[in-house]
Write a protein that binds this ligand. Structure first.
Ligand code: ZN
Length: 133
């Protein structure tokens, strides 16, 4: 893992949360992006190089909708930037972590991403992400 890239926060209403986080952080979000394949709409804030990613469900079967139903709004995942995501996946898998997918998927913010199952990471959903070029 190279760095903490962003912190993902599940929210019910992206517009309202954008205003709330702008007030909290003292700056507005710098972009909004929809990832249709994941059923999410995201917005991004930059806090000294670490991003805050707000995530809103765009359909009832979105993983974010399921998360909010079970646990309410709040921290959803930690994302770590990696180089050579396929190698990291092999390494983490060999080290006993369980991957939620066998191939990286396209995520928001021009990234290829994969998640580690929280049951193997002390209950924390961990994302590994790599810049898509
Ligand atoms: Zn993320």
């Amino acid at each position: 893992m190279e760095k903490l890239e962003h912190i993902g926060i599940a929210v019910k209403n992206l517009e309202e949360s954008n205003l709330l986080f702008a007030k909290l952080l003292g700056k507005p979000h710098y972009k909004i992006e929809e990832v249709a394949s994941e059923g999410v709409r995201t917005s991004f804030f930059d806090v000294g190089g670490v991003k805050i990613e707000l995530l809103e469900a765009t359909r009832p079967d979105s993983p974010i909708a399921t998360f909010i139903e079970k646990r309410g709004e709040g921290i959803h995942h930690l994302a770590f930037g990696v180089n050579q995501i396929e190698n990291e996946m092999k390494e983490k898998s060999n080290a006993g972590f369980s991957l939620l997918a066998q191939q990286p998927k396209d995520g928001a913010d021009n990234k290829r991403i994969v998640f580690l199952h929280p049951k193997t990471t002390n209950g924390v959903l961990v994302e590994m992400c790599e810049d898509r070029n």
